[in-house]
Design a protein around this ligand. Structure first.
Ligand SMILES: CC(C)(COP(=O)(O)OP(=O)(O)OC[C@H]1O[C@@H](n2cnc3c(N)ncnc32)[C@H](O)[C@@H]1OP(=O)(O)O)[C@@H](O)C(=O)NCCC(=O)NCCS
Length: 388
């Protein structure tokens, strides 16, 4: 028996969807380098690639984009349910609670064929961003807006959030950020999705688990924590002392370190450049300078302490980027979910159909029982009156 607490480096399945080379800082989706996709692709095309294992032809992309745009409308009963929720609810909790409601609106829920799952995946990819936007408006006492089919997935998200047609450059930057976050092999939330559907539960059950896993601050929740850190720090001159105090007190520096990358996360490199460009455009470069100062101080301090592999991850620079786009505070992790839904659904289909291995298998690891109360055969049950 092998025991590996935290499963670091343990291969639990094969996948054809994406690969992370943590030593060399390389990420590929279906064979394509993330940098190439971020520069040249769109979220719609990347979602197609993840689901269908090939880049689409022009006609295929046009059709898929049209299907996504048509599937954006969130059912009225789901919007009404959101209106009854306490306005203080966290958007990740609301999103997690909304996914099974979408299952109730699926007319083909009992059809577990590949075709039905691909349609389900497309509809979920289309609806997560509008759901996040609807909750953002409802909790601020505004009516949710109807989607605009003429806008891209990213552009429509900004429209449904704000009620203003986004400028094309901002929509394109968000689109690129969505491409960067769309998949990441067996990260905790994707593993949660795959684990759940390995029991033959439906896609919605898997996605709800994925949303829950993503919400944690060691995973997708880190971007909101990074922004909190930037807001609290404000001044670059405070950074070195703050970094030392964090590490001396065994506190994490959010957005740094990774379970797989032992060098700079390629997505962080891309987002750092994007941060500088957007910062210059909006006259808000101070966020990027502050982030870079934290990176520099933290990496130097980690190295002094013998931890030479802790570098910024995707959440470090996505936080100031999202903040400058107006997607700030607790909205940041839901934006991550609005992208990762593409990877989650692709992995769920791969898991359900055993696409990368001989046949589907139920995940069922073991644990070592160390609660040795009365030996491993157990205690003798004492009736209530006889207990001391
Ligand atoms: C992501 C994360 C959980 C990976 O953790 P991990 O695989 O356990 O990390 P490592 O094994 O590389 O950590 C080794 C050591 O570095 C420390 N470390 C790792 N990341 C750190 C961080 N961001 N700040 C401070 N210390 C950190 C660990 O506490 C551990 O210290 P110890 O050996 O003294 O106990 C971790 O880096 C982290 O918590 N980062 C901050 C949260 C975050 O940004 N999450 C988003 C990930 S995409």
């Amino acid at each position: 028996m092998i025991k590996n607490i935290g499963l670091r480096g343990v291969k639990v399945a094969d996948t054809k969807i994406s690969h992370v080379d943590g030593e060399n800082g390389i990420l590929i989706y279906r064979g394509y380098r993330i940098e190439d996709l971020a520069r040249n692709s769109t979220f719609e095309e990347t979602a197609y690639l993840l689901l269908y294992d090939a880049l689409p032809s022009a006609a295929q992309l046009e059709e898929f984009t049209r299907q996504l745009a048509r599937a954006r409308q969130v059912p009225t009963f789901v919007l009404n349910a959101l209106k009854d929720l306490p306005h203080g609810a966290h958007p990740m909790d609301v999103l997690q609670a909304s996914i099974p409601l979408l299952a109730m609106a699926d007319p083909d829920l009992n059809d577990d064929s590949r075709e039905a799952n691909l349609t389900r995946a497309m509809r979920l990819i289309a609806k997560v961003a509008p759901l996040v936007a609807a909750w953002q408006r409802i909790r601020h006492d505004k009516e949710p807006l109807s989607p605009d089919d003429a806008l891209s997935h990213a552009g429509n998200f900004l429209w449904q959030l704000t009620g203003e047609k986004p400028d094309p450059e901002t929509a394109k930057d968000l689109d690129t950020a969505l491409v960067l976050h769309a998949d990441h092999s067996f990260n905790p939330s994707t593993f949660a999705c795959r684990e759940v559907v390995s029991t033959r539960a439906h896609m919605y059950a898997g996605v709800a688990a994925g949303v829950g896993a993503l919400s944690g601050s060691l995973h997708g929740g880190a971007n909101a924590q990074v922004m909190k850190m930037l807001m609290e720090l404000k001044d670059e001159k405070d950074v070195p002392a703050w970094v030392i105090a964090q590490l001396d007190n065994n506190r994490k520096i959010m957005g740094m370190g990774h379970a797989v990358y032992k060098t700079l996360d390629p997505r962080a490199r891309f987002l750092k450049d994007m941060c500088s460009r957007i910062g210059r455009k909006l006259g808000q470069e101070h966020w990027c300078r502050l982030s870079a100062r934290i990176e520099e101080s933290a990496v130097a301090e980690f190295e002094k302490r013998g931890k030479t592999t802790i570098k910024p991850n995707v959440d470090f620079y996505s936080a100031p980027v999202y903040h400058m786009m107006g997607l700030t505070g607790d909205l940041m992790t839901p934006v991550f979910a609005a992208s990762r839904i593409a990877g989650w659904t692709a992995h769920i289909i791969e898991e359900k159909f055993g696409d990368a291995q001989e046949k589907p298998a139920l995940y069922r690891p073991s644990s070592e029982y160390i609660g040795n109360y009365c030996g491993k055969t157990g205690c003798e049950y004492e009736p209530m009156g006889e207990r001391k």
